[in-house]
Structure formats: structure tokens, C-alpha cells
Design a protein around this ligand. Structure first.
Ligand SMILES: Nc1nc2c(ncn2[C@@H]2O[C@H](COP(=O)(O)OP(=O)(O)O)[C@@H](O)[C@H]2O)c(=O)[nH]1
Ligand SMILES: [Mg+2]
Length: 395
């Protein structure tokens, strides 16, 4: 049985102290701080596509941003993450069109409200791209420049120069042109070269972009942000794992604060199982292992479903997926019989004198930690499978 490491107990103690004896407020707080991210750029540059992909959606999904070859976004539209409504991605109308001339654009899109901007451009750097980057800099806004459509450029270059085509060189020249163009005008020059299409999330700079979005958020905001981005790189899966591990102490806190507490680890109340089940389903959704996410991965990367499932089942017992409630119940019972929970008895002091902590709190922590750890391992397995297949399709 895993023992909770000292440093982690200290972290948990810190969070719980900061947010009152029950710790529940920490999670609520993380969910109520709103983060506004403005996705800005010329019409057709791929803003709406990028928003959908960051949220793990395809354009035809319900609630996805409208995508199309004609101007489709005529007012600022907010897209909250389904699970974490406090992080808001703003799909903004294209800048510099007759309907949205430069002169009134910043005011009409409410430029000041954004905590961060993603300036989206395709093709060569345009005057509008530079103008937006300069405004971001003048307004002291955190901004990243996202250069989309690299998939099309790669395809064209392959067709144009079949004998001399060199993808690495092409990327270098695109990057150099963007960075030097932005620097020349004293603009922030963090450039990410991507394809916004969901099938390309593991390619070019997309994983770097996702990671950078996370890094740029601090404290609680950072934690809320991590949980809104779909798990498409190893680093992001690890970050999500850390963020989800923090939640464990809060979720387990429900056992000591709720009315129907477990008095002995072997004595299982349906309400307790429900708390654990809900948490486990959040892990699966967050780490893209829920049925919908797996189906989508299978479709977009053309990997047979049974292959993805095999990656999951090689780590997570099949019954943990097919009958989670029974699996949890069995774990709890095993622990009641086999484990005196020596290591986790140290949890008790964190909740302090305000509550009478009992063994159910420790039990919940151990069960959740074990399932979360295995879910992360399964997510890394699935990612390995997807990366393998996307490398194959490039070669
Ligand atoms: N191949 C490719 N097509 C893209 C990419 N980004 C956007 N598109 C396509 O470009 C068109 C315009 O995209 P959209 O997201 O609506 O642009 P917006 O006006 O900036 O919101 C749509 O047909 C998208 O499918 C990309 O990175 N690669
Ligand atoms: Mg749009």
C-alpha cells in the first residue's frame, strides 16, 4: 500500500489551512476565479478552430465554435469549459474586416478584459498581425503568437519541391520570418507553429503551446487552467495528474464533513461510493479516457478502438472501467481486511480539531490516489499509441 509522502502532506496541509478546516473552499475558489483568454487575429486565421481543438472538440460537436471559410464570428463569443466554467476562451471576430475596422476593433472586442491573448495568424505575417501584437505589448498583456495552417504549408512545399523538400528547414524559415517580423516592431515574439486541426494536436508546436498556456498561469488560476486543456502531451498529463492529486484531499474531506460518514473502512455507504465514483469519472474525462474521448481519438487518428482499449486495460483492470462502483467497493473492503492504514493515519492532524477525522478519510485518500495513479499510467499508454500512429502517418 502506498504511503503518502511527507512533502505532499505538507502541501495538503497548506491548502487546507488556507481555506478553512474542511478544505472544501479551496476547490470552489479554484473554480470561481475566472480567467479570460482572448483569441484574436484576422478573419480566417483559424481562431475558432483553435478554440475547439484546445477544448478537445470538432466543429460539428454541439457547443463547438463555428468554423468556416466565410466570416463566421460576428461578435465576441465565450466558450467556458464544460467542467471548469471559470476559464473562458473568447472567440473574437476577425480584425480589420469591413465590419470590424481597426479603428474601433479593440473597443468592440473589449480588449482590456483579457488576462491573456493568443494572436492567431496564418501565412505571412500581416500588418494586422503586427498591429495586434503591438497593441498587446502597449497594453502590457501576456500574448503568444500562434501561426496556424502549417499542415497546408508542408503539403504545398512537398508538392512544389518534391526533390528538395525538407520539413525541418521549412519550419525554421517560417519561425524565423515570424520571430524577426515581430521583433522588428518590438512585439512579444513567442511563436508557436501549429495546425489547429484536432487530428494534429500531437504535431509541430501544438503540445508546446498547450504546455506554455499552462505555464503562464499562476497559483490557483494555473490549476484551473490545467484542468481545461485536453491531455495531449506527456507533460500535460503529468501536470493534470498533480492538479487532480490536490483535489483528493478536498474530496476526501467530504467524508469527514458530510452527514453520512463512514465510521469504519469496511462499512460502505452508497453516498460515499457516489463521491468516489464522481471523482474517478472526472479523472477519466480529464485524462481523455472516457468513452467519448476514446472514440474521438480512434476516429481522428484512425486507430481501432480495441487497440486503444488494450492500452487502457493493460494498466487499469477491466472491472475498474466496466463496473467502477463494484471495483471501488472491493478496494475498500480489501483495505478494511488487510491494511491497518498505518501510513495514512498521519492524515488526521491536517483536518485539525475542527472535525473528528476517522479512518474513512484516510481510506478515501488511498483509494483515490491508487485509481488516479493507474488512470494516469493508462493515459500515458494511450498517448504513446496515438503518437506512434501519428508519426507513422507523417512518415
Ligand atoms: N488545414 C488547416 N485548416 C485550418 C487550420 N485552421 C483553420 N483551418 C480552416 O480554415 C478555415 C477558417 O477557420 P476558422 O477557425 O473558422 O477561422 P477564424 O475566422 O479565424 O475563426 C476553416 O475552414 C478551418 O477548417 C489549420 O491549422 N490547418
Ligand atoms: Mg471564427
Amino acid at each position: 500500500m502506498e504511503i503518502i509522502p511527507e512533502y505532499e502532506m505538507e502541501e495538503a496541509e497548506h491548502i487546507l489551512e488556507a481555506s478553512g478546516p474542511h478544505g472544501v473552499d479551496a476547490l470552489q475558489l479554484a473554480q470561481t476565479i475566472s480567467i479570460n483568454i482572448g483569441i484574436i487575429g484576422q478573419s480566417g486565421s483559424g481562431k475558432s478552430t483553435l478554440i475547439n481543438t484546445l477544448r478537445g472538440l470538432i466543429p460539428d460537436d454541439e457547443d463547438a465554435a463555428d468554423v468556416g471559410v466565410t466570416e463566421t464570428t460576428s461578435y465576441a463569443t465565450s466558450y467556458a469549459h464544460p467542467n471548469f466554467p471559470s476559464v473562458i476562451l473568447w472567440d473574437l471576430p476577425g480584425a480589420g474586416t469591413p465590419g470590424f475596422p481597426k479603428e474601433t476593433y479593440l473597443q468592440r472586442v473589449n480588449f482590456n478584459k483579457y488576462d491573456m491573448l493568443l494572436i492567431v495568424g496564418r501565412g505571412r505575417l500581416t500588418e494586422i498581425d503586427i498591429w495586434l501584437a503591438r497593441e498587446a505589448s502597449l497594453h502590457r498583456k501576456r500574448a503568444l503568437f500562434v501561426r496556424t495552417n502549417i499542415d497546408i504549408d508542408v503539403m504545398n512545399a512537398m508538392e512544389d519541391h518534391p526533390d528538395t523538400f525538407d520539413e525541418k528547414r521549412l519550419l525554421e524559415s517560417v519561425r524565423k520570418a515570424c520571430v524577426s517580423g515581430l521583433k522588428k516592431h518590438d512585439c512579444p515574439s513567442d511563436v508557436f507553429i501549429i495546425s489547429g486541426k484536432i487530428k494534429n494536436v500531437a504535431k509541430w508546436d501544438f503540445p508546446e503551446l498547450s504546455k506554455r498556456l499552462v505555464e503562464d498561469m499562476v497559483g490557483m488560476k494555473r490549476q484551473a487552467m490545467i484542468l481545461t486543456i485536453s491531455a495531449n502531451s506527456k507533460e500535460l498529463i503529468e501536470e493534470k495528474y498533480k492538479a487532480l492529486r490536490f483535489r483528493i484531499y478536498v474530496t476526501a474531506g467530504a467524508f469527514v464533513t458530510g452527514k453520512e460518514t463512514l465510521t469504519r473502512p469496511g462499512h460502505i455507504v452508497a453516498a460515499d461510493i457516489k463521491v468516489l465514483l464522481d471523482e474517478v469519472s472526472i479523472y477519466r474525462m480529464q485524462l481523455s479516457l472516457d468513452a467519448k474521448s476514446l472514440e474521438r481519438l480512434s476516429d481522428t487518428h484512425e486507430i481501432p478502438m480495441h487497440q486503444l482499449q488494450a492500452c487502457v486495460y493493460s494498466v487499469l483492470p477491466r472491472e475498474c472501467i466496466d463496473n467502477t462502483a463494484e471495483f471501488i467497493e472491493k478496494l475498500l473492503k480489501d483495505m478494511a481486511v488487510n491494511s491497518p492504514l498505518k501510513g495514512v493515519a498521519r492524515c488526521t492532524p491536517i483536518v485539525g480539531a475542527a472535525v473528528t477525522a476517522d479512518l474513512s478519510y484516510s481510506t478515501a485518500i488511498v483509494v483515490l490516489r491508487r485509481i488516479l495513479y493507474d488512470t494516469k499510467k493508462a493515459a500515458l499508454n494511450v498517448l504513446g499509441c496515438v503518437m506512434g500512429s501519428s508519426r507513422m502517418s507523417v512518415e
